[in-house]
Design a protein around this ligand. Structure first.
Ligand code: ADP
Ligand code: GLC
Length: 471
């Protein structure tokens, strides 16, 4: 089966968050079981495009409203990736240093239209179009309703919602940029008096998936205005838990970390990585190390972290290390704690892929007090590196972390409050003191299998079920 994933991000080409990790791994695992899975994405002006050479496979012209842009389809000249990636290159529009920007409406409209224009020219088009998030939310509508794409309307289109918080809203002044369709169908684009690409995708996609079963249920009650629509479309919707790329995230072979290790050598491996972190960030190797990695936004509970950290550092024997960026105020509050707790606390404000691997490897605990977490990959990475997750039970965190008091291996809490997060940290520190249990537990978490194998097959079964249904 020929599967084409359409996405704004894909690791290692362009990554802002977990979407990139998913789109950078799922096709690889689908190919391993015999499918022909590829990705199409924008060609950005970034490290990856600067460091690789590309071959043009198609040239065309895009009409976007009154503007016309020449575009090219590119592929890497050498096989540097585990699957085919097709890049859409549009100078002065998609070819920018950033993935997301103020001009997202035009950029992602252009991306989606060019993707379908190009697919129209293919002798052997994909059997499945798999769209990711609102950036590709108009594809299901256009493939079904735009006159010029009529020959594509038999290709099943799947939409995966990675985060329903962001919907790609646009005003009706952009309507004329969408390739012409029967105006009576305009309701399919509409939600709350504007064009809502995510809502349009939920209405028009043949199947809707999201990235964990719990988040699928939660969306019926909290979906930033789309609750009713998601409940209505629940018969064609399913939650499929993300996996992780166990080749990229493997403490035994990871080039980013100081010392490689496996379940047998975990003690010395984690010790060496922790030592490096403590030396580099001026922390105390003898104390437990609690880390946070992620976007400093409300969904991650980030604005509570300064108060949570202050409590813990005042009252406990603890080290805290944070890697992230986001709200400026939160960044500043987190940075300003540094002088007060020198020697036990540090932050790295920014994005650093290598450092994230080192933290998963060297930390004792990883904190994720998320308000919303559609799946969450950090907790699965930390498990693989023998780091114990301390998480709020929500979305994918609920589906992947079982509390140690309930026969599981992690620390879970229910509320996103300073008090609840602090008491989860207290429990973690108590566990740290019970050395035999702590060591056995971290060894155990390394053996939990979250590889993509199961979920990649779940997607393939979903594609097959659609094909059987309509054949
Ligand atoms: P989300 O996509 O909502 O941000 P996920 O848990 O799905 O959350 O994925 C986050 C991904 O981004 C993980 O690979 C994590 O390691 C990475 N990440 C987040 N913040 C940073 C950062 N500041 N530096 C390096 N990697 C980061
Ligand atoms: C989104 C979600 C995150 C999920 C990721 C990959 O960014 O916020 O929870 O893990 O997508 O699906």
């Amino acid at each position: 089966m020929k599967i084409l994933h359409l996405s704004a991000e894909c690791y290692p080409i362009a990554k802002i968050g977990g979407l990139a990790d998913v789109v950078g791994a799922l096709p690889k695992y689908q190919n391993e079981v015999g499918e022909d899975s590829a990705v199409i994405m924008p060609f950005y002006d970034n490290k990856f495009t600067a460091n690789n050479s590309f071959t043009t496979i198609f040239n065309g012209e895009l009409t976007l409203g009154n503007a016309v842009y020449p575009y090219s389809l590119l592929k890497t000249t050498d096989d540097v990736l585990d699957f085919d990636v097709f890049f859409i290159h549009i100078e002065n529009l998609l070819f920018e240093k950033y993935v997301y920007s103020e001009n997202d409406i035009n950029r992602f409209l252009a991306f989606q239209i060019v993707a379908l224009d190009w697919i129209l020219t293919l002798e052997n088009p994909p059997d499945i179009l798999h769209c990711h998030d609102h950036h590709t939310g108009l594809i299901p509508f256009m493939a079904q309703e735009s006159f010029k794409y009529q020959s594509l309307n038999q290709i099943p289109v799947i939409t995966t919602i990675h985060n329903a918080q962001y919907q790609g809203w646009m005003s009706y002044e952009h309507l004329h940029k969408i390739p012409q369709f029967n105006i009576e169908k305009i309701g399919l684009l509409d939600w709350d008096k504007c064009i809502n690409p995510l809502a349009a995708a939920i209405k028009c996609a043949w199947r809707v998936t999201t990235v964990s079963p719990s988040y699928m249920e939660e969306l019926k009650h909290h979906a930033n205005g789309l609750e009713h629509l998601l409940s209505q479309e629940s018969t064609k919707s399913v939650g499929i838990l993300n996996g992780i790329d166990t080749d990229v995230w493997n403490p035994e072979t990871d080039d980013f970390i100081i010392k490689n290790y496996n379940k047998t050598t975990i003690a010395s491996g984690k010790k060496a990585n922790k030592k490096w972190l403590c030396e580099t960030f001026n922390l105390d190797e003898q104390k437990p190390l609690v880390a946070f990695i992620g976007r400093l936004v409300g969904e991650k509970g980030a604005e509570l972290l300064p108060a949570v950290f202050k409590n813990a550092l005042q009252e406990q024997e603890i080290n805290i290390l944070l890697l992230g960026s986001g709200f400026k105020e939160t960044e500043e509050q987190l940075s300003s704690l540094k002088s007060e707790f020198e020697g036990n606390y540090n932050v790295y404000i920014g994005y650093d892929e290598k450092l994230s691997h080192l933290i998963y490897a060297g930390a004792d605990f990883l904190l994720m007090p998320s308000r919303v977490e559609p799946c969450g990959l950090n907790q699965m990475y930390c498990l693989r590196y023998g780091t114990v997750p301390v998480v709020r039970s929500i979305g994918g965190l609920k589906d992947t972390v079982i509390d140690i008091a309930k026969g599981g291996f992690g620390i879970c809490h229910d509320e996103v409050t300073v008090a609840d997060i602090s008491s989860a940290i207290d429990r973690a520190l108590k566990l740290y003191k019970k050395k035999t249990q702590f060591n056995a537990n971290r060894k155990f978490v390394m053996s939990i299998d979250h590889s993509w194998k199961v979920s990649a097959n779940a997607y393939i079964n979903l594609y097959n079920s659609i094909k059987q249904h309509y054949d």
